[in-house]
Design a protein around this ligand. Structure first.
Ligand SMILES: *Cc1c(COP(=O)(O)O)cnc(C)c1O
Length: 377
């Protein structure tokens, strides 16, 4: 065999692990700049990534100049101040708190630390992309339980799913992209149905919005009563308005679980501006609550108007709506992009005519509602 033939054969053989070559891509959506460039537009309405349209508290902004003077130094690798602030706020020991470069990074760390090839993971469908991608990256087998026709968690099917050996149960409550909320009763039953050696991960990225409902369960109180490992994930990217800085955290069942995650953590995984900004954001709960109240009120208005347009909107406890449309989501999304409106079309089999729309400022929502009425009716 000539060298060239050998080389071209080699080029066709992926060098990466088989788990990696078959991995679905995470759909992170388009940035404002990209849409401006592609469509030659100036004004963009970004409703694709569930951000807080009001941005962070003034407390975050007022500390910014001080940070600029410290950019030459490495951040605190252990994020001690932020972890201690989170521990105090949540009433938990600081060695049961771990911070990540977004909670996304913690999802990856969980997969890296706990999953081996062929381990079984139970989640829901549709799910937050990384709940499936990170386990599959490690060679785990993902069993995603579809939501019901009413766009709620399918409790019976989830209970049945965890009756088989399950290494990891991971889902978001409330759900992204659906928005539905699991009740405390269902959460308790599901956790108790899991084998004793199942690691339970409840992703609470949208808890601040769901907490407006007194029925939103305190997952931690339920989990603390269980003698099993668990992790609760939270983020500063949504209600706290710090998505750009990439910072999130985990509360764990024990210092052991934290130490396990810590052993796969990049040493300087969170940057200094993010650590400082998260402390400031955490100190201004009143501001966060105000943003949440405004967004929830806007959400109710948007839901009403979408329903009036004859669309099916999944019941939601978040800062977004998951909507079934008569059009293919991809086509609708492109038509909206041409008008400078970014939403998230769902591309998963069975959900090709669902779109997820984040709740923005009232005027942004109005632009989106008008465009939708134009395109869908
Ligand atoms: C947005 C989101 C995250 C990621 O948050 P970051 O902290 O920005 O990485 C995690 N889980 C769910 C369900 C989300 O919707």
């Amino acid at each position: 065999m000539s060298d060239t033939v050998a080389l071209s054969l080699l080029a066709r053989q992926p060098l990466c692990r088989p788990e990696v070559s078959g991995l679905p891509r995470y759909n992170s959506g388009l940035s404002e700049e990209e849409v401006q460039r592609r469509y030659g537009l100036k004004n963009i309405v970004k409703l694709g990534s569930n951000e807080n349209p009001y941005g962070p508290s003034d407390l975050v902004k007022s500390g910014w100049d001080v940070l600029m003077g410290r950019l030459g130094r490495y951040p605190d690798a252990g994020a001690a101040t932020l972890r201690s602030d989170i521990a105090k706020t949540c009433g938990i020991a600081h060695d049961r708190v771990l911070v990540g470069n977004g909670s996304e990074q913690i999802i990856r760390m969980i997969a890296e630390a706990y999953l081996s090839p062929r381990d079984r993971v139970v989640t829901v469908r549709p799910a937050f992309g990384l709940h499936e991608i990170c386990p599959r990256m490690m060679g785990a087998v993902v069993d995603a339980v579809p939501i019901t026709a009413e766009a709620t968690f399918d409790y019976a099917a989830m209970l049945a799913a965890v009756h088989q050996p399950t290494k990891l149960l991971m889902f978001a409550n409330p759900s992204n992209p659906v928005g539905c909320m699991m009740t405390g009763e269902a959460l308790r039953a599901l956790i108790e149905a899991c084998p004793p050696d199942t690691l339970i991960v409840v992703d609470e990225a949208y808890r601040e919005y769901a907490e407006q409902d007194p029925d939103y369960p305190d997952a931690r109180a339920i989990l603390e009563k269980q003698a099993r490992p668990w992790i609760i994930l939270r983020t500063f990217s949504k209600a706290y308005g710090l998505a750009a800085l990439r910072i999130g955290y985990a509360l764990t069942s024990s210092a052991d679980v934290t130490a396990t995650l810590d052993s796969v953590r990049d040493p300087f995984n969170t940057n200094m501006p993010a650590q400082v900004a998260a402390c400031a954001a955490l100190a201004d709960t009143a501001y966060m609550q105000d943003c949440v109240s405004k967004t929830v009120a806007e959400r109710e208005r948007v839901v009403q108007l979408l329903v009036t347009q004859g669309l099916f909107v999944a019941p939601t406890w978040t800062n977004f709506v998951f909507v079934r449309t008569p059009m293919l989501a991809d086509k609708l999304s492109t038509a909206l992009l041409e008008r400078g409106i970014i939403i998230k079309p769902w591309k998963e089999a069975g959900f090709e005519n669902w779109i997820r729309i984040s709740i923005g400022l009232p005027e942004e929502n109005n632009i989106m509602l008008r465009a939708l009425a134009d395109l869908v009716l």
